[in-house]
Design a protein. Structure first.
Length: 435
């Protein structure tokens, strides 16, 4: 068989193994190993598996993953989440859907100290859902705003999505993280606008809260915002100004939050163990995915599929933006069945060469890719954030949560279109970085 045919069979084999229930990391590694053995030799395939697995675990810059995850754990322990939510509530409660908008604001704030969308959705669900239920918010709006707000954890730095994209494409993780800042703010604003418009159209979704808040109460509530804001400025400002590498910034952020939780006497032994355990669990999962993707990428390189697809795309007599739209459609379809990181490691070995051949900026495409991964977190039937929120809101059917996130999907598509039309929204800050 010619290499291209072997590559096609191997790719189909990965999807077949996923359908049978094998974890995607092992499916990629197994098919990659068998493919390299067939196209080269068994003796060549063994060192590839051993080397890529070791390199994924031993590469120093990859330690940024557990550091960003443990930041989120310490942020929860220190009580930052409740304080932020209280501040946004006091300032926004008089707006239509004010609690929902406060939830989006608090999700954005928590995302600035946590790299995980699932952690953001779970944490904010425990804080915001009881309040919205108490004030008569429709479950569709309440759960939808939490699930959608949680996706900001995948975009607003520190973001695991950008870290994985940088690992797979060998792009600057620091520039990718900085590139997510403006789009993250824009998406949070679009989510808030969605809630505002939705409640204006159907006021029954969110009853107006009559309690007035004095200006002194509003001013005091800002004390709940300064901690995450200061930490975000230290971590991202350090990366932007060239003071820290992303790994060093993660270490500074994790240490600062650890000391903050200790100072507030909110860090218990159980909290500490939970934060470290979650960090280890997610880090091992991501690193195995990257190792599997690298083995599979070696196989695809031998099959010449990425190069041939890139050449074919370059020779098409159509606008490169038409191909861009097709790529977005592929991501939207795969998001219905795969989690965000799995989708990234499965598609980038083929799609990234196409993107670079068409002269799209790889940092810009990283922002677009992460936005589409966000959409995958809330698309039926496998939206991970949906089931995370369902685990918190036990009395709300999953179907109701899916209905609640649909308007927010339109917000993601709007921001993707905006960044496609105006690439400098993603590229302005990375171009201004000192290193």
């Amino acid at each position: 068989m010619d290499p291209v045919t072997v590559g096609i069979i191997g790719t189909a084999g990965v999807f077949g193994l996923l359908f049978l229930g094998m974890h995607i990391a092992f499916a990629l590694m197994l098919v990659g190993f068998l493919g390299i053995s067939y196209l080269a030799s068994f003796q060549a395939a063994l060192p590839v598996v051993a080397r890529t697995t070791y390199e994924a675990a031993a590469h120093y810059p990859y330690t940024v993953i557990p550091l960003f995850i443990v930041m989120g754990g310490f942020a929860t322990s220190s009580g930052i989440t409740k304080d932020m939510y209280g501040a946004f509530d006091k300032w926004l409660r008089k707006l239509p859907g004010g609690l929902g908008i406060a939830t989006i604001g608090a999700c954005a704030g928590f995302s600035a100290v946590s790299g995980s969308s699932v952690a953001t959705a779970a944490t904010m669900g425990m804080v915001a859902l009881p309040e919205m239920e108490r004030y008569g918010y429709h479950p569709k709006l309440a759960t939808g705003s939490v699930a959608a707000g949680g996706t900001l954890g995948f975009l607003i730095p520190p973001s695991i999505g950008f870290v994985v994209y940088g690992m797979l494409t060998e792009q600057s993780i620091g520039k990718l993280l900085v590139a997510g800042m403006i789009p993250g703010i824009l998406l949070a604003g679009a989510y808030a606008g969605t809630i505002l418009a939705w409640v204006k159209i159907n006021p029954k979704l969110a009853p107006v809260r009559p309690e007035a808040v004095t200006w002194s109460d509003k001013a005091r509530s800002l004390l709940g915002v300064w901690e995450p804001l200061s930490l975000f400025l230290i971590v991202m400002g350090g990366i932007y100004l060239g003071i820290f590498t992303p790994t060093e910034a993660g270490a500074v952020g994790a240490t600062a939050l650890f000391l903050l939780a200790l100072a507030k006497r909110r860090l218990t032994r159980d909290n500490l163990v939970a934060a470290l355990s979650e960090s280890v669990r997610i880090s091992v999962m991501v690193l195995f995915l990257v190792a599997g993707a690298n083995v599979f990428s070696y196989f695809l390189a031998l099959s010449t599929i990425p190069m041939q697809v890139a050449e074919w795309a370059a020779q098409l007599e159509v606008s490169r933006y038409l191909i861009h739209i097709v790529i977005l459609g592929i991501y939207l379809f795969l998001g219905c069945f795969l989690d965000a990181i799995s989708m990234m490691v499965l598609t980038l070995p083929v799609i990234y060469p196409v993107v670079t051949t068409l002269n799209f900026d790889p940092i810009w495409f990283g922002v677009i890719a992460v936005l589409m991964m966000e959409a995958g977190l809330i698309t039926p039937p496998m939206g991970l954030n949906i089931f995370t929120v369902a685990g918190v809101a036990k009395d709300v059917p999953v179907e109701e949560i899916f209905k609640g996130v649909m308007p927010f999907l339109l917000s993601i598509f709007f921001i993707v279109a905006l960044i496609t039309l105006f690439p400098n929204l993603a590229l302005f800050l990375p171009k201004m970085m000192l290193r």
